[in-house]
Design a protein around this ligand. Structure first.
Ligand code: HEC
Ligand code: HEC
Ligand code: HEC
Ligand code: HEC
Length: 392
């Protein structure tokens, strides 16, 4: 059991209170409370969202706190603990399974938000390499690309592998001289291909591999490759005639000679209003781009005082109390009283004690969050409190 209701003044409030008493320029402390808020005690006022910032606007809360005889400890995160939503990091892992040496990935990012990014590469032998972290704001990327009006050059188009199944599938492979998209058009007639593979136009690479499924053994197909560079300049290959026979593979089974895997030339670029990251690896590899919002920096840039948002009643009055840092849920509940979703059978629902939606009992149903006048910061003296709900 962690007995965490300590009857002490939160440290930053204590510092303000001391200033109130000692400052000779202050006549009546009560009447000039406003001026006190320009003072930031050591360690407070450096982070954007600590208690002193909250008190700048919520002076009424502060004034009432000064009057309480029993106070709740706030901890180092001050008002934030109960009232401000936890920041989520939103890390996305974007796979780039091209088995290629040069890649480019368009990112789904907001122009004015800060992000951090890393590239991880994995080769066929299980080695991994990770790039250093790059912090960026998309609107501030200086590498603005201008259209070269040149379509990528398609080379070495061939069927790399055929796999047997209910239908057969063929892996079509080709190379381009610049990172570009990978798509195959195919069909049974040379004139109208009729079908095409799905296109992911966020991933651009120089070594292309596309699987075409649903092929029937013995049939002849016409295929062609389509690659589009970052500006949209598009190349379409000659068409290739393929008769589907048994399974085969020309994919190199031999591991590459002893080259150490590393990532080089990771850079961010802007193409029109899209943002992309480009990188190369010392040998063919798959990759993952780890992209997350830089919430610390965003908080600093944000003028919204409640960033990233005010928490709901239930969170402020119950979940934040038993979040692991403050009260330990099991023993506190035993020490005090059932809370959360409860059965009201045979009991009174009180008018003068706050409940959350669906008559949920919060810790703050019985305890005042900011402080109060009764022992254990209860809202009423103990006997009155119990009889608010328990008839006898
Ligand atoms: C720039 C002034 C400002 C700052 C700084 C500020 N707030 Fe507020 N806050 C407001 C205003 C104005 C409202 C009322 C508007 C509304 O309800 O959205 C409010 C509403 C609230 C409410 C809801 C009150 C209610 O009656 O439901 C809470 C809780 C709150 N703030 C907590 C905080 C905390 C905690 C901090 C410090 C992280 C903080 N505020 C910082 C201006 C501010
Ligand atoms: C232990 C959790 C907790 C802490 C810490 C906390 N509050 Fe609250 N606060 C609450 C809860 C719960 C309520 C809902 C009102 C109630 O039940 O009395 C509330 C209500 C409020 C309100 C709206 C109602 C009112 O009293 O005006 C404001 C504004 C507010 N708090 C600001 C602050 C500020 C500023 C701080 C830091 C000095 C702070 N709170 C610290 C839990 C907390
Ligand atoms: C139905 C009313 C009620 C609810 C709900 C309630 N408490 Fe209490 N709590 C009390 C009373 C009454 C006491 C004082 C017990 C005593 O001193 O005999 C108390 C005491 C405490 C103490 C001090 C224990 C000690 O040994 O000093 C803590 C800590 C506490 N409660 C935390 C919580 C937390 C956390 C919650 C929410 C999970 C909660 N309480 C919900 C009524 C309640
Ligand atoms: C806000 C209304 C409310 C208040 C105030 C309240 N209770 Fe309760 N109490 C309940 C409810 C509702 C239950 C039933 C909980 C359940 O079974 O889900 C309950 C259950 C209990 C139980 C059975 C506990 C258990 O673990 O099943 C005891 C004992 C109890 N209360 C004692 C008290 C005492 C002592 C006080 C005063 C300090 C008090 N209650 C204040 C609403 C309240």
């Amino acid at each position: 059991m962690k007995p965490s209701i300590k009857l002490i003044i939160p440290s930053f409030l204590a510092a303000i209170a001391v200033l109130l008493i000692s400052s000779p320029s202050m006549g009546g402390a009560g009447s000039r409370v406003g001026e006190v808020f320009t003072y930031a005690p050591p360690g407070i006022g450096t982070a954007a969202h600590d208690g002193s910032l909250c008190l700048k606007c919520h002076k009424d809360v502060y004034s009432s706190m000064l009057t309480y005889t029993v106070k709740h400890e706030f901890g180092k995160n001050g008002c934030k603990v109960c009232h401000i939503k936890k920041e989520s990091s939103h890390v996305s892992n974007i796979p780039v399974n091209t088995d290629s040496k040069e890649n480019l990935l368009f990112l789904d990012v907001k122009a004015s938000s800060p992000y951090v990014l890393r590239v991880k590469a994995m080769d066929g032998e299980g080695n991994e390499a990770v790039s250093p972290e790059i912090a960026f704001i998309p609107s501030e990327i200086y590498r603005d690309m201008t259209d070269d009006n040149t379509a990528p050059m398609i080379r070495n188009l061939h069927v790399e592998e055929v796999k047997e199944g209910v239908f057969h599938s063929a892996t079509i492979s080709w190379e381009t001289d610049e990172p570009s998209t990978s798509q195959v058009e195919y069909g049974v007639s040379k004139r109208g291909f009729g079908d095409h593979t799905l296109l992911n136009d966020d991933i651009l690479t120089k070594q292309h591999r596309v699987e075409v499924g649903g092929l029937v053994r013995g049939k002849t197909y016409y295929l062609r490759a389509i690659s589009k560079d970052i500006y949209g300049n598009t190349s379409v290959s000659e068409s290739m005639k393929v008769k589907v026979k048994g399974p085969f593979s020309t994919r190199k089974a031999e591991p590459e000679p002893d080259i150490e895997l590393y990532i080089e030339d990771v850079y961010l670029l802007k193409i029109g209003d899209r943002t992309a990251v480009s990188w190369r690896t010392s040998k063919s590899a798959n990759g993952v781009v780890l992209l997350s919002k830089d919430t610390k920096m965003e908080a600093a840039l944000s003028a919204e005082p409640h960033y990233p948002g005010l928490s709901m009643d239930r969170y402020a009055g119950l979940d934040s109390c038993i979040n692991g840092d403050c009260h330990d849920s099991g023993s506190s509940r035993l020490a005090s009283h059932p809370s959360g979703a409860v059965s009201w059978y045979g009991l009174l629902r009180p008018d003068d004690l706050p409940l959350a939606k669906n008559s949920m009992i919060l810790c703050t149903t019985c305890h005042t969050p900011h402080g109060g006048f009764y022992s254990r910061i209860l809202r009423k003296n103990k006997n009155e409190l119990c009889s608010s709900c328990h008839v006898n």
